[in-house]
Ligand binder design. Structure first.
Ligand code: ACO
Length: 312
């Protein structure tokens, strides 16, 4: 295939569709990124599901249940989008990509390796984690692969609701008792830096960025999205009356952006290597669920086969 023509095609804002001819490295890049994105949605259900039974009211429980279900839906769209990329040489079926995650070969977002210690963490996850996810995913709506970019449109709408429900939880806590406000602050203290790490390594340490940008999968760099997230989030923290845990955070009049401190990159690398606070627990939970629920999958497959036989 003519690589130059393909690059020009995506630079002209055309979408690539599943049956189109595409370079192998483009296909592989997408399988890696979309499947990891799907794993993040699925593993991301765990820290929040931890609070469904302990939500402080029926209304909060209903909203959290709906949110966690949305994340399952996002994972399923994204596995389906990944599957459109499989061919004779590159495997992209759900069993294969999921297995890679269970074996620790494929990543999911670092953020889901932190525990949710208080109800305020559910607020912080909605506000910061879903907020960071939207910042990245709005950019991804413009990516060059049709099924991925279209999946992002619906996902972003739902993530927006998630962000607001999180912020609203924190508003209630910040307007509540002194103890509730302290709980909200403690949660911001714990989730601030991990949320910033969601955008990935700095641009000069990001091995995939160059090719991803050239293929119009990524439309903006890790650092540029991180900066935008900080710029919009600081005023939101001020509105809540909370303090961002960064002594170097300061508005820079000349740059018209906030300056901020160095991220804890050692912590990020520890998590990426599978040694973060909850890495092992998250994978164990998923492996156990896979084993215990295997019969459901087998029963569904047997039923589908029976149905097919009946219609022959
Ligand atoms: N957590 C875990 N791994 C990460 C993270 C992170 N926060 N950031 C980067 N990495 C990994 C990359 O996957 C890559 O590893 P790999 O080559 O083994 O796949 C490596 O670190 C180097 O990073 P980059 O070269 O910058 O990787 P990339 O260009 O793929 O950019 C990014 C990373 C921004 C996360 C990109 O993959 C992306 O936009 N993904 C889709 C969105 C997504 O997955 N969001 C997750 C959260 S969604 C949610 O909240 C449910």
């Amino acid at each position: 295939m003519d690589l130059e023509k393909f690059v020009q095609y995506v630079h002209d804002e055309n979408k690539v569709e599943p049956k189109d001819v595409m370079p192998d490295d483009y296909r592989k890049l997408l399988v890696r990124q979309i499947s990891q994105h799907a794993h993040s949605e699925i593993v991301g259900m765990l820290p929040e599901a931890n609070w469904i039974s302990r939500a402080p009211s029926l209304r909060r429980k209903m909203a959290l249940l709906a949110k966690v279900q949305d994340e399952a839906g996002h994972g399923l769209y994204l596995y389906s989008a990944t599957e459109t990329l499989g061919n004779g040489t590159i495997r992209a079926d759900r069993d294969a990509t999921y297995e890679d995650m269970l074996k620790g070969k494929a990543k999911y977002s670092s953020i889901f390796n932190y525990p949710t210690l208080s109800w305020a963490d559910i607020g912080a996850i909605g506000w910061l984690v879903d907020g960071a996810a939207i910042m990245n995913q709005v950019m991804l709506m413009g990516n060059s692969y049709g099924p991925y970019s279209r999946a992002m449109v619906k996902i972003c709408k739902e993530e927006s609701f998630h962000q607001r429900q999180g912020y609203e939880i924190l508003m209630a806590l910040c307007r509540g008792t002194k103890q509730q406000k302290e709980m909200a602050q403690a949660s911001l203290d714990r989730f601030w830096w991990p949320a910033l790490m969601m955008f990935g390594p700095n641009d000069d340490s990001s091995p995939n960025s160059k090719i991803s940008m050239n293929y119009r999968v990524k439309r903006e760099s890790n650092d540029s999205l991180r900066q935008r997230f900080i710029d919009v989030t600081v005023p939101q923290a001020e509105f809540l009356g909370l303090t961002i845990p960064d002594k170097d955070l300061k508005w820079n009049e000349e740059r018209q952006h906030y300056d901020f401190g160095e991220l804890p990159w050692d912590e990020f690398m520890t998590i990426l290597k599978g040694n973060g606070p909850c890495n092992k627990k998250r994978l164990q939970t998923k492996v156990k669920a896979q084993q215990e629920n295997l019969w459901v999958k087998e029963a569904a497959a047997a039923f589908a086969e029976k149905q097919q036989e009946a219609t022959k």
